[in-house]
Design a binder for this molecule. Structure first.
Ligand SMILES: *[C@@H]1O[C@H](CO)[C@@H](O)[C@H](O)[C@H]1NC(C)=O
Ligand SMILES: *[C@@H]1O[C@H](CO)[C@@H](O)[C@H](O)[C@H]1NC(C)=O
Ligand SMILES: *[C@@H]1O[C@H](CO)[C@@H](O)[C@H](O)[C@H]1NC(C)=O
Ligand SMILES: *[C@@H]1O[C@H](CO)[C@@H](O)[C@H](O)[C@H]1NC(C)=O
Ligand SMILES: *[C@@H]1O[C@H](CO)[C@@H](O)[C@H](O)[C@H]1NC(C)=O
Ligand SMILES: *[C@@H]1O[C@H](CO)[C@@H](O)[C@H](O)[C@H]1NC(C)=O
Ligand SMILES: *[C@@H]1O[C@H](CO)[C@@H](O)[C@H](O)[C@H]1NC(C)=O
Ligand SMILES: *[C@@H]1O[C@H](CO)[C@@H](O)[C@H](O)[C@H]1NC(C)=O
Length: 248
């Protein structure tokens, strides 16, 4: 213990005062780089927060500890070769200044990492309406959400579509889709570093499909009625018809 302490005080210190910045998203796994001197075999690693007061992960005399502070319990992995600290399932409260002390045979280095944590990007949801076919096309109105501060919304599409007006960063999109065709509209929510997208398929065949469904049901309804009445109670049907004819 005494020897270790003596070496700690007597060894040369290589300190880098500029913190490196790392950006992560909530829920991510992020790596805080130790920036060790690659010629070193680390015999001591100490990651801390709150200006060195609180150790969160350490390697000391071959003993690895990563559950030292309650708010990081079960979420830290320390690479004892590189000194890098991996934080799983990043939380907003992890955003702070980290400090790492590295030692090799009495020499020591100290580095800092500033972690910024961004909100997880929302998955876009898209609602749309399609007008009936008119003059060879349907009008499609799409709305994408959620709208968030600092996040931009972009659209992309494939298929026979045209856009009467196209605004940047707009949550609504108006498009014209050629009749009897299908298009895919993609809404992209982005903060310029990352994006989340959601694709919606829209058809300009609404009337036809309605007509088909109606015809389908009418056919089966007719078949059903025909079977029931035509089979067992054929004579009653004629009676009813005769009644109605006579009352009119
Ligand atoms: C790495 O450590 C060695 C001593 O172990 C030192 O001579 C060298 O300057 C260090 N390199 C850097 C980039 O700090
Ligand atoms: C942490 O301790 C090192 C020396 O052990 C020192 O150089 C550094 O400034 C300290 N960091 C903070 C944030 O106080
Ligand atoms: C530590 O990092 C090195 C270099 O990236 C890698 O080869 C090694 O597998 C890692 N060790 C562990 C235990 O993850
Ligand atoms: C450790 O440091 C001492 C004194 O600086 C030196 O004599 C010794 O060779 C070093 N050992 C290793 C393994 O680097
Ligand atoms: C889409 O409709 C659902 C249900 O009506 C609603 O909860 C959601 O907010 C709508 N999304 C957009 C982008 O308007
Ligand atoms: C897009 O709109 C959002 C909300 O209105 C705004 O916060 C963001 O800065 C805009 N982004 C761009 C690139 O214009
Ligand atoms: C839009 O879609 C086209 C075709 O799939 C693709 O090449 C292009 O990269 C997409 N643009 C964006 C911004 O996603
Ligand atoms: C739309 O997407 C579907 C499913 O990914 C694909 O099968 C279809 O070809 C796409 N249509 C167009 C017009 O890009």
């Amino acid at each position: 213990m005494f020897v270790v302490l003596l070496l700690f005080w007597l060894g040369p210190v290589y300190s880098h005062s500029e913190p490196v910045q790392v950006i992560a998203y909530e829920g991510d796994r992020v790596t805080l780089p130790s920036r060790r001197n690659s010629t070193w075999n680390l015999d001591r690693i100490q990651w801390s927060i709150f200006s060195n007061i609180t150790f969160i992960a350490t390697l000391r005399r071959g003993e690895l500890a990563t559950d030292l502070f309650w708010s990081y319990t079960g979420r830290l992995t320390l690479n004892t070769t590189t000194g890098d600290l991996h934080v799983n399932d990043v939380k907003k409260t992890d955003a702070t200044l980290y400090s790492v002390l590295l030692m090799d045979n009495g020499s020591q280095e100290n580095h800092k990492v500033k972690l910024k944590v961004r909100d997880r990007l929302p998955v876009p949801n898209v609602n749309y309406t399609v007008s009936p076919i008119h003059e060879g096309h349907c009008k499609v109105n799409l709305r994408c959400g959620p709208r968030r501060e600092k996040l931009a919304i972009r659209w992309n599409s494939t298929g026979p579509v045209t856009f009467p007006s196209l605004a940047d960063n707009s949550s609504v999109l108006q498009a014209e889709l050629k009749e009897h065709s299908t298009a895919n509209f993609t809404c992209i929510i982005t903060d310029e570093d990352r994006h989340e997208s959601s694709t919606t398929q829209v058809s300009c065949k609404l009337k036809e499909r309605h007509r088909d469904i109606l015809a389908f049901f009418a056919f089966f309804l007719g078949l059903f009625v025909g079977l029931v009445y035509g089979g067992s109670r054929g004579s009653q049907v004629t009676e009813v018809r005769q009644d109605r004819v006579s009352t009119e």
